[in-house]
Design a protein around this ligand. Structure first.
Ligand code: PMP
Length: 399
């Protein structure tokens, strides 16, 4: 028996991050590679109580098939929450998904033909590249600076099906788009006839000041907004949402129906029970305080150990990641085995580019490691980089 794979299957690739994570699960490695939130902060007790309430009050409804759009009260909650952030949409435009990752897949399924152009930031979220790739787009990076896409760069991607953009604490670069840039970007996108997909799983994880209103708030008919409960609550329940303009919503809904009929009603009701009482207002400050302490520990460690080596970064104002530029001669992918030998792991930046990868970049997560271990990890990384800069032979990268 020989299986003939579909063309789209050839576009499916293992995530380099997941491959790296396997290595970094070895005991003793300080992993700054993961993209996971800190499990210590998960509100288990609140989830247990919510689960009890669901199974007591509405057990059969929770276990029955349910609407493809999502659980009505949760959709209402999302619409009300988004209104507080400046995005005013009826609950009827909220589609509950199995994580925002599914939202990315559904959007690409509905919007991308083989050979159509999808514009992306450079670098961008690897999981989005993976989600879009099976629909066989041609990826086109837009010109970016330290605030993300340059409005004047959008004319060059005119005709793309959409621009995928992460305005807050971008994965992987940690950068954010400021207020004035948002205004200019929305205007430039409208002028270029370029729809946008705004992915915002990290917006609530701000450490200095809350971010400006979403892009979608300024042009709700031209922007699809993707949100997630993964970073503010837990990722394991797989809950996210897509807020789509009326022109797109029915197609996304049909794609959702075809994909999995609906997001599990039990998880939706459980999360609704948790959030409806305002729980996030108490919970989020604790998550922010924890992550801010870890971010500051990493900033201090980077200044102490990596600055003298000529590395560069900008301090992220939220989210989970530092993006580090090594001296130009160094290749982060080629150096990863030595880093792991030195007891520390990161994700090579090249994984996040769809073209023209910058080999001398890497992503460091600060949220799952204690400040002490962050300091040790960065010191170990610096030791390895120092040896590399002194010209110890580095094997060529194989991928
Ligand atoms: N978008 C970005 C930028 C992410 O970093 C992630 C998770 N790492 C996702 C989407 C997917 O999140 P989820 O499916 O858990 O909502």
């Amino acid at each position: 028996m020989s299986w003939t794979l579909a063309r789209r299957a050839e576009r499916l690739n293992p995530s380099i991050i997941r491959e790296i994570l396997k290595v970094t699960e070895r005991p003793g490695i300080i992993s700054l590679a993961g993209g996971l939130p800190a499990a210590e902060g998960f509100p288990i007790e609140a989830l247990r109580e919510a689960s009890d309430r669901v199974l007591t009050d509405a057990p059969r409804e929770a276990m029955q098939y349910a609407a493809s759009e999502g659980f009505g009260p949760l959709r209402e909650w999302v619409a009300a929450e988004m209104a507080t952030q400046g995005l005013h949409v009826p609950a009827g435009q909220v589609l509950i998904t199995a994580g925002s990752q599914q939202g990315l897949d559904l959007c690409a399924k509905v919007l991308v033909d083989a050979g159509s152009t999808v514009a992306v930031e450079s670098p961008t979220y690897l999981g989005a590249l993976q989600a879009f790739a099976p629909y066989e787009p041609d990826f086109l990076p837009v010109a970016c600076d330290d605030q993300g896409p340059l409005p004047q760069g959008l004319a060059a991607v005119r005709g793309a099906r959409f621009l995928y953009v992460l305005p807050n604490f971008q994965n992987p670069s940690g950068r954010s788009i400021g207020e004035a840039r948002r205004v200019a970007l929305v205007e430039a996108a409208a002028k270029a006839g370029l729809p946008m997909l705004e992915d915002n799983p990290y917006g609530d994880l701000w450490y200095d000041a809350p971010p400006p209103a979403p892009l979608a708030a300024r042009d709700p008919d031209n922007v699809v907004y993707l949100g997630s409960f993964s970073k503010v609550l837990v990722p394991g329940l797989r809950l996210g949402y897509v807020i789509a303009p009326p022109a797109l919503f029915p197609k996304l809904l049909q794609a959702k129906q075809a994909a999995d009929l609906h997001t599990p009603g039990y998880s939706q009701r459980m999360v609704h029970e948790v959030v409806r009482t305002g729980f996030l207002q108490q919970h989020l400050p604790a998550v922010r305080a924890r992550y801010k302490g870890q971010r500051d520990a990493m900033r201090v460690a980077l200044e102490r150990h990596l600055q003298p080596l000529g590395c560069r970064w900008t301090v992220p104002a939220g989210g989970m990641f530092f993006w580090v530029e090594l001296p130009a001669a160094l290749d982060a992918l080629a150096l990863l085995p030595q880093a792991v030998d030195a007891g520390v792991a990161y994700v090579p930046g090249s994984a996040f580019f769809c073209a023209d990868a910058q080999a001398n970049t890497l992503r460091l997560s600060f949220v799952t490691v204690s400040p002490e271990r962050i300091a040790q990890g960065i010191e170990a990384l610096a030791g390895m980089l120092q040896r590399a800069l002194q010209g110890e032979p580095v094997p060529a990268a194989s991928a």
